[in-house]
Design a protein around this ligand. Structure first.
Ligand code: MEV
Length: 432
């Protein structure tokens, strides 16, 4: 059965009902959903096996982005984030994109780079040529440290040398990590070859570690939406397209704006990276280094007008795994992959990047139209309504009333609650 990512009214039902809707749509077992997500899915004893000096765990909200269609496939996308509006904004923008056919995305093969620094080299260019000439032997040695990976079809592929200074050569070994993120594999291979490299170069071994600027493992996403799909109550679709293109131009001209533009993209990507048990610091390091690769910090996504359509494109390096690491031990991370219906790390990267482009579209559309505060205001109002004691349906109604009255305070929400209670009392006596 084809999966859907459309659940109209999802936000209106209870957490329990949402779990069962997601379970039905994705085939995830409702009992597993309950077990994996209650209390953050991780008890202190399990956490104690992850890191050192554990005294507890720290939970974050786990939501799902809806309407995400990538290369013709729908996905319910888990997102872990503490920031209000991020999940709703990504879902809303993904709906606009889905109505226009969805995201188109492709990911490079899962190639990571191991770096070995050699220093104290007498003649760096000559040393680099000697290393290049023995590339086959170096690849073979690296693969001795990568037995399991080689058996799965991956392993070291090629050697590159770079002369960084008169006496410094850095050697890159490019490793196909298959469905693993690959950090441990790559670091192991770097250590395995380092002393052979130093001997060939006639220098000393420096650092042996992966590079997080994994620019051979990029993902590219695009979407194209008709102007009409972007219209707001106050602005025509054409005006919104112009506003978004103008926002993109601002980010392309100014690193101060580009940083915030990219932060909005990473709001979506990081949330998926965390939910799937991946390393979000690695994703961040790669993204920002890539954004600055020309010597000037630039936006990772840009927006252009194409006739009466808006076209967005995003490119960034993204090293994600669907095996190993945290996934081995974190039940919620395993559940996330099952909900996504994904075992291929490249597919996971296309989905995470699509959510990044959706987040960016939502942000620049809001900024080019109402400003970002209005959406935030609605969520804030709901939190205030809850704090004033609203329950069930009352939450939405009280939130709308206090936004309308421009009095988003607990006192304002209490007043709204008494107005609602009085209205219910009147309706009841009318029936009597
Ligand atoms: C807030 O988390 C993200 C935004 O600032 C992104 C942007 O400005 O594009 C809204």
């Amino acid at each position: 059965m084809a999966r859907t990512s459309r659940f109209p009214g999802f936000y209106k039902v209870t957490v329990h009902e949402r779990r069962s809707l997601v379970g039905d749509a994705t085939g995830a077992d409702p009992v597993e959903i309950e077990r994996s997500l209650d209390a953050g899915g991780l008890d202190a004893d399990t956490a104690d096996k992850f890191v050192e000096n554990v005294i507890g765990t720290y939970a974050l909200p786990y939501g799902v982005a809806l309407n995400v269609r990538v290369n013709g496939h729908d996905h319910v996308v888990p997102m872990v984030t503490e920031e209000p509006s991020v999940v709703a904004a990504a879902s809303n923008a993904a709906k606009i994109v889905r109505d226009a056919g969805g995201f188109t995305a492709e990911a490079d093969p899962p190639l990571m780079t191991a770096q070995v620094q050699l220093y104290g080299v007498a003649d760096a260019p000559a040393a680099a040529s000697r290393i290049d000439a023995r590339a086959g032997e170096i690849v073979k040695l690296a693969n001795t440290a990568l037995g399991g990976l080689v058996a799965r079809g991956g392993g070291a592929r090629e050697v590159e040398t770079r002369v960084l200074a008169d006496d410094v050569v850095v050697v890159h070994v490019i490793i196909d990590c298959q469905d693993a993120m690959g950090a441990n594999l790559v670091n192991g291979a770097a250590e395995a070859i380092a002393y052979l490299l130093a001997e060939i170069a006639g220098g000393r071994v420096g650092l042996r570690i992966l590079s997080n600027l994994c620019d051979k493992r990029c993902v590219r996403v695009s979407c194209q939406v008709p102007a009409d799909g972007l219209a707001t109550d106050a602005m025509s679709g054409d005006e919104v397209v112009d506003g978004i293109v103008n926002a993109s131009r601002f980010a392309e001209l100014d690193p101060y704006r580009a940083a915030t533009h990219n932060k909005g993209i990473m709001n979506g990507i990081d949330a998926v990276v965390i939910a799937t048990g991946n390393d979000w610091r690695a994703a961040e390091a790669g993204a920002h280094a890539f954004a600055a690769r020309t010597g000037r910090y630039r936006p990772l996504a840009v927006w252009r007008r194409d006739g009466d359509h808006l076209r967005g494109t995003l490119e960034l390096p993204l090293a994600l795994g669907t095996v190993g690491g945290t996934l081995r031990v974190h039940p919620a991370a395993r559940l996330s992959l099952r909900m996504l219906g994904v075992t291929d790390a490249q597919v996971l990267a296309t989905i995470a990047a699509s959510v990044g482009l959706a987040s960016n579209l939502a942000a620049v559309r809001a900024l080019a139209t109402d400003g970002i505060q209005r959406g935030h205001m609605g969520l804030h109002a709901r939190a205030v309504a809850l704090a004033a004691g609203a329950i069930g349906d009352q939450v939405e109604r009280v939130a709308s009333m206090i936004v309308e009255a421009r009095d988003i305070t607990v006192e304002g929400a209490r007043k709204a609650l008494s107005v609602l209670a009085a209205a219910v009392g009147e309706a009841a006596s009318a029936v009597d």
